[in-house]
Write a protein that binds this ligand. Structure first.
Ligand code: SAH
Length: 395
């Protein structure tokens, strides 16, 4: 097996069990591994630190699969990791209420670059690193063995693949195509999910716990759901007894599914409205017409895809939060989120705080929110804590 030797002093992050080895940390490579092939990682004194997948095209030149000298990467290794992830999910997801969750969450489950989301009997896979791609056949074998009646579908069509020098790929894996939309149950509510064309693998599963919390605050409320996608928060609001709910999104297709989701749960569509358009623009028009709401959700897409975009992203977050704060009635609630990994929690809090000062509103935080536990945060991998949310009472 090829050896990857680190520069002196550059082993520290690996010793702290962070899986990423950046190109600048690599002193030399002995051997000629193919993209994604396993390499043995050594410190500058020749001590074995563990095994990693070689990723020649990426700035993250290798991703650790295992730490320690005696854990080689073979099918049995992958099977142990997949089984551990599955066991954990079984213990945290209430199967009577929910049949869609993240089964495998990449680095946080010790499987860098592999995402598997389970939507009832469909498993949607993403192979996002050279290492995950290299092990693809083993991983599919294991998933087929563990879930014999599941359909496997691949959505390896993200920008992350490009950075790894891999072409996009999507489609059924070894099984037939799933139906056009799949029906899932989340917190006892039914949703149509389009795993073939939807965002990510089809649904924002990471917001499940926050939708459950949100539902409790919606009784008799006039709710504005910004960046609604397929109406996850809207359906939760209606089930919580909201008086009126408005979804805003730019995507026609997402809003079409949102309406089906409202109807599919048996809610009266006279309590439900949609605006197809830009949230920034819509919030300004509400301000100009002095429209007010009891509860507002802001769940925008990732405004900062890289560290260099953080400043621009911060302005975007501040703008929407400032506008939303102004639209809330006294005692109203703002559920505001950032899913940018580069936006830290303290910075996000500061942005919302600055927006409150400018909006001349007093804000108390009722709850700190994050991603649901099937998207685990590995404490030793700060990047795995990507979703931050504040539930604010606004006076
Ligand atoms: N809250 C959603 C997930 C939001 S994802 C849920 O619970 O499922 C972000 C959404 O924002 C996407 O649906 C995307 O179409 C939409 N979007 C992105 N930029 C937008 C903009 N400027 N105005 C309105 N919608 C936008």
């Amino acid at each position: 097996m090829p050896d990857l030797v680190l520069h002196r002093g550059r082993e520290n992050s690996v010793l702290r069990r962070h899986p990423w080895i950046f190109s600048g940390a690599v002193q030399r490579l002995n051997g000629n591994p193919a993209s994604g092939e396993s390499v043995r990682v050594l410190d500058s004194h020749g001590h074995v630190l563990g095994y990693a997948a070689w990723s020649p095209a990426s700035q993250i030149r290798a991703r650790m699969w295992s730490f320690g000298a005696d854990i080689p990467i073979d099918r049995a290794f992958l099977q142990r990791r997949i089984d551990a992830a599955q066991e954990w999910r079984a213990s945290i997801v209430d199967a009577a209420q929910t049949n869609a969750y993240r089964l495998i969450s990449s680095e946080a489950d010790g499987l860098p670059g592999l995402i598997v989301d389970q939507y009832d009997s469909v498993l949607v896979c993403q192979f996002l690193s050279a290492g995950a791609e290299y092990q693809r056949e083993h991983i599919l074998d294991i998933l087929q063995e563990r879930f014999p009646s599941a359909l496997l579908y691949e959505r390896s069509d993200t920008d992350a693949r490009e950075k790894e020098g891999l072409p996009p790929r999507s489609g059924a894996c070894r099984t037939v195509d799933p139906t056009e939309t799949i029906m899932i149950v989340e917190n006892g509510l039914r949703f149509h999910v389009d795993v073939r064309n939807g965002h990510k693998t089809g649904f924002y599963l990471d917001q499940r716990d926050n939708r459950a919390l949100f539902r409790r605050y919606c009784r008799d409320a006039d709710v504005l759901n910004c960046f609604s996608y397929t109406g996850g928060f809207a359906v939760a609001a209606l089930s919580g007894g909201a008086r009126q709910v408005t979804d805003v999104d730019v995507s026609t297709e997402a809003l079409r599914l949102a309406e089906e989701n409202v109807r599919g749960n048996g809610f009266d569509t006279s309590r439900y409205a949609q605006i197809e358009g830009d949230v920034f623009h819509f919030l300004r028009s509400c301000r100009d017409s002095r429209k007010q709401f009891d509860v507002i959700v802001l769940d925008p897409p990732k405004f900062a895809a890289s560290a260099s975009q953080l400043e621009r992203a911060a302005r975007g977050y501040k703008d929407i939060n400032l506008l939303a704060l102004k639209l809330l009635k006294p005692g109203g609630l703002l559920f505001t989120f950032s899913c940018s990994g580069h936006m830290t929690e303290p910075l996000f809090r500061k942005i919302v705080s600055d927006a409150a000062v400018d909006a001349e509103r007093e804000v108390h935080v009722l709850s700190l929110m994050t991603q649901a536990a099937d998207h685990p945060v590995a404490l030793h991998i700060p990047e795995s804590w990507y979703l931050k949310g504040l539930l604010c009472r606004v006076d």
